[in-house]
Design a protein around this ligand. Sequence first.
Ligand SMILES: [Fe+2]
Length: 360
Amino acid sequence: MSVTRNTRSVPAYVFGQGAFAELGSLVDARRPGAALFYVDSFFQNTPLLQELPARSGDAVVLVDASREPTVEDVDALAEAARAARSGGMSLCSLVGVGGGSVLDITKAVANLLTNPGKAEEYQGWDLVKNPAVHKIGVPTLSGTGAECSRTCVLTNMRRRLKLGMNSDFTLFDQLLLDPSLTRTAPRAQFLFTGMDTFMHCFESSRGAYRNTIVDVLAASAAALCREIFLGPGDMMDDDKREKMMVASYLGGMAAGNVGLVHPFSAGLSIVLHIPHGRANCHALSVLGEFYPEESALLSEILARQKVRLPKGICADLTEDQYEALYQGTIIHEKPLANALGEDFRAILTRPKVMELFRKM
Ligand SMILES: [Fe+2]
């Protein structure tokens, strides 16, 4: 097994049912200055918005997270924050309250407030030069691992790729993990997003680039996923949602080296704008020849939790769209090589990739 890179983790977290009440004191510890809250627009007209510890001078920005965040979304939000700052607002912290998309947007904007230029200039590895603005992550959906990862995945339609700002500066400074915030999540979304953790875990443990720490984190989180989705009771019971939050956190730390699911999922998100968690499930549903056990497990989980994964999603696509799906998948060389070796193109030929998309 290889030596790990010099690995940083999120330095501080508060965890537990009702932890949201601590948000005010966490923000106040950063003052003076104004806090900027990015909140998933799902929470518009809900009590959560009133419970935010926003003071006069702070700003609350509702973010539409129904589709994957783009580099343009982040540029626009960063521009607005820069304008507020040049108008005299001094920022003490950015607070992201939402699912993976909102957390990723918060991380990306924080990087852009201390680094010049556009979001796409930082898509890649270790391109962010200056430490970001202080930021606090408050997940309201579990599974993506965005709360603890050193990346923030952004769609770049011009370059037809999904790629994050992979950097230690992208890590949150503080997390607030309150499982009660996931209580109102739609059932299908809870399952699809939660299964993202399962994908991170089995893909890392099946890959060529491994180390013992990642293996142990992945095994723990995958075991939690099985318990949540196939154990007694309902997946959205209080104790299950609490465990899902822990699984997401552990799985997020194991998510560095993914395999086949994520590249196929990225293709779907680029071409059909399918959200990440569901796109992963579409991908795994047709990857049985590579991951027989996990693909069967997905079917079992969907049946058990009575969540339907639509079929025929690529039925009416044009040849150009199929070509874009192929390109959007095969561009992810690192995870594909992790799963199939450097010669992955000999297995994932163009007709083979097209055939798999047709089956979804
Ligand atoms: Fe993922």
